[in-house]
Structure formats: structure tokens, C-alpha cells
Ligand binder design. Structure first.
Ligand SMILES: Cc1cc2nc3c(=O)[nH]c(=O)nc-3n(C[C@H](O)[C@H](O)[C@H](O)COP(=O)(O)O)c2cc1C
Length: 142
């Protein structure tokens, strides 16, 4: 995985959307995700470090945008965001998400276990990038 000292910041428009229900397997695995109703063409499939605005708060997290190839070929393109240290019900809420850096391509894993290991690495990597760059995990804006 890329070195946190040489982060390639990306500049993509904010993605807006409403949080919709997913399959909820992520929650059982310990990384609950908020699924977004929109997956814009302006961003390629892959895993990203993101900043998300929910009402008057900014939070950091990781986002996967793609078709979840590990689970077969039946899925439409979807945006899923895992917010760090967040517990709460976001269903039906409108959120804004800004992709800040790209972590990797979306991949088809041979087992659920390897996908889970990779997601843990994605989370560690993104958390390190945020903290090295002084990003506060949760901040109120007004
Ligand atoms: C950070 C992150 C990275 C992910 N990377 C992949 C991936 O490379 N390949 C894949 O098939 N699914 C990937 N996923 C999607 C997971 O498969 C998905 O979150 C899980 O199946 C739960 O979906 P559900 O909440 O709709 O049930 C990723 C999810 C997250 C949050």
C-alpha cells in the first residue's frame, strides 16, 4: 500500500445523497456502512479516504464505490461509506461526501476473510493519513 507520507490528494466534486438501506452484512462484520442513493460517474470505482458532512458535523471515513465483485456479479454500482468512531442511525438523512485521496482499486477477494483483512488495512491507512495531516476526527461547523 502507498506510503502515507506521499499522499496523492484528489480533487473531485462533493457527492450528495440520501442514506439508504444496504444488505447490512458490513454491520455484522464490525464495519457498518452508510449506502448512498447516488454513485456519480465523475468518480472511478475504488476505495477512498473521505470527509463527510452530516447536518452540522464533519467526520472522516472510508468509501467504497463499485459493484462488490467478491459477492458475485449481481450488484449494481453502489457507494458505501464507513465512518470512523460513529454510532447512530443515518437512514433517510442527506449527507455530503468529499473524496480526498484514493486508497486502491476495488478487487474481487477469494474469501470474505481476506476482504475483511483488507478493509481493516484501508481503515488503518486512512486513519494514519488523517492524523498525520492534522485532521480532527469529528468537528462541528456552524
Ligand atoms: C472500505 C471498504 C472497502 C471495500 N472494498 C471492497 C472490495 O475491494 N471488493 C468488494 O467486493 N467489496 C468491497 N467492499 C464492499 C463490502 O463488500 C461491503 O461493504 C459489504 O459487503 C457489506 O455490504 P452491505 O452493507 O450492503 O451488506 C468494501 C467496503 C468498504 C467499506
Amino acid at each position: 500500500m502507498a506510503d502515507v507520507q506521499y499522499v496523492q490528494w484528489i480533487s473531485k466534486p462533493a457527492m450528495g445523497g440520501e442514506v439508504v438501506h444496504g444488505m447490512k452484512t458490513g454491520r455484522k462484520l464490525g464495519f457498518p456502512t452508510a449506502n448512498l442513493s447516488q454513485s456519480p460517474d465523475s468518480i472511478e470505482n475504488g476505495v477512498y479516504g473521505v470527509q463527510v458532512q452530516i447536518e452540522d458535523e464533519l467526520l472522516n471515513g472510508v468509501m467504497n464505490i463499485g459493484v462488490k465483485p467478491t459477492f458475485g456479479s449481481r450488484f449494481e454500482r453502489i457507494t458505501e461509506i464507513h465512518l470512523f468512531d460513529f454510532q447512530g442511525d443515518l437512514y433517510g438523512k442527506k449527507i455530503q461526501c468529499v473524496p480526498l485521496f484514493r486508497i486502491r482499486d476495488e478487487q474481487k477477494f477469494s474469501s470474505f476473510h481476506s476482504l475483511l483483512q483488507q478493509i481493516k488495512e484501508d481503515v488503518n491507512y486512512a486513519r494514519t493519513v488523517f492524523s498525520r495531516h492534522g485532521a480532527v476526527q469529528r468537528q462541528r461547523i456552524s
